[in-house]
Design a protein around this ligand. Structure first.
Ligand code: KIV
Ligand code: ZN
Length: 386
């Protein structure tokens, strides 16, 4: 029996913080509705105390979201919690996400405090948030660099205070996957009440490890993943939703599933990229323009013989019509013949050899040969023969 992994989307909070990505209220509501249709379990809609605009959007999103839990971020500060509770009051399923720094670096250099005081502030924040809503998530900011014994003590204390989820962010994207696995494994085995809450992964991508670290955390016992569409987020970004969802789907053997409608992944990626004015790199896993494009002759030949030679998932599964064979000077005869047949030209071996020579000359000049170029080439060859 496979186990459900809860998908917590923070595109509208951690993602929207990115310079240049700010959205207006209508855009946020549109994306929230799409995320709800996509099947995410939790939508982090914003940080209500941070600005009147953020308050309004959390309030508006709370009204329109039908299925997902709507969540608002706070610091471990009473006023933040009150404001978040107010913004969430019309949500069908409200969650307050409160927390505080947990690494010694944060404790000393951000809070000028000590571990005991921080633990007490965390506990007080969770207890206070529980007076407004039943679902309270606690984040131990910079958990990736926190002292592990202290992190275990803090986790135990906030669960005792009523936290339903404990988020263990690798805020600075510092950890390696095996270290993440060991940390979560340690908490699973050393926090006596860990079964009373869900542990959550919230990883940043500073070393390009966010997806690997999140999967490592899930394998060690975390059951919620905090992600954004296209991996958008602070600095090098957050963990990308599409990468986690498809990793769990492709690797069914891991024994996990999500409720995401994967056919919406590519359309939603486009929508977010366009609305947030943040283009997706061509080679981005799952949703990049080249994610299902084959360009070398060896790959094209293998792909045309059997798509699974070079694809571990189908483009249709993620909402893309079909794979792409890009015709360049690296393409081989098989790909040219295949494309010509799609364009209505059936040619034998000798003609293919001639066409291929002409094709290579053209491709060296113009780099990418499209269907129109190919038809023109065929016409020119026919005219030359006549
Ligand atoms: O990266 C982080 O630590 C965060 C927390 C505020 C959850 O975004
Ligand atoms: Zn974050």
């Amino acid at each position: 029996m496979s186990e459900k992994i809860y998908v917590f989307d923070t595109t509208l909070r951690d993602g929207e913080q990115v310079p240049g990505c700010q959205l207006n209220l209508d855009e946020k509501m549109m994306i929230a509705k799409e995320l709800d249709k996509l099947g995410v379990d939790i939508i982090e809609a914003g940080f209500p105390v941070s600005s009147p605009g953020d308050f309004k959007s959390v309030e508006a999103i709370s009204k329109v979201v039908e299925n997902a839990t709507v969540c608002g971020l706070t610091r471990a500060v009473k006023n933040d919690i009150e404001v978040a509770a107010d913004a969430l009051k019309l949500a069908r399923r409200p969650r307050i996400h409160t927390g505080i720094g947990s690494s010694d670096i944060h404790i000393q250099h951000k809070f000028n405090s000590n571990r005991d005081e921080i633990l007490q502030r965390g506990v007080d924040a969770v207890k206070y948030a529980r007076t407004f809503v039943e679902d309270v998530e606690f984040y131990a900011e910079d958990a990736g660099r926190a002292d592990l014994e202290f992190l275990a003590r803090l986790t135990e204390a906030v669960i005792k205070a009523g936290a339903t989820v404990v988020n263990l962010p690798d805020t600075t994207g510092y950890l390696l996957p095996n270290q993440m696995y060991d940390r979560v494994d340690y908490l699973m085995n050393n926090v006596p009440n860990v079964d009373k809450a869900i542990l959550s992964m919230h990883n940043h991508n500073d070393l390009g490890m966010a997806t690997a670290n999140t999967i490592a955390g899930v394998r060690a016992g975390a059951r919620q993943v905090e992600v954004t569409i296209n991996g958008i987020g602070e600095r090098a970004g957050n963990t990308s939703l599409e990468e986690i969802v498809m990793t769990l789907k492709v690797h069914k053997d891991l024994g996990f599933y999500t409720d995401i409608n994967t056919q919406m992944l590519s359309p939603l990626s486009h929508l977010v990229a366009k609305t947030m004015r943040m283009p997706v790199q061509a080679n981005k896993a799952i949703v990049g323009r080249n994610a299902f494009a084959h360009s070398s002759g060896i790959h094209q030949d293998g792909f045309l013989k059997h798509s699974q030679n070079y694809e571990i998932m189908t483009p249709q599964e993620v909402g893309i019509n079909k794979s792409d064979i890009v015709l360049t000077a690296r393409s081989g005869r098989h790909a040219i013949k295949h494309r010509l047949s799609l364009l209505g030209f059936t040619i034998g071996k000798e003609k293919l050899d001639q066409t291929y020579d002409q094709f290579l000359e053209l491709a060296d000049q113009i780099k990418e040969v499209n269907d129109k170029d190919l038809v023109t080439l065929m016409k020119q060859m026919a005219e030359a023969e006549a």
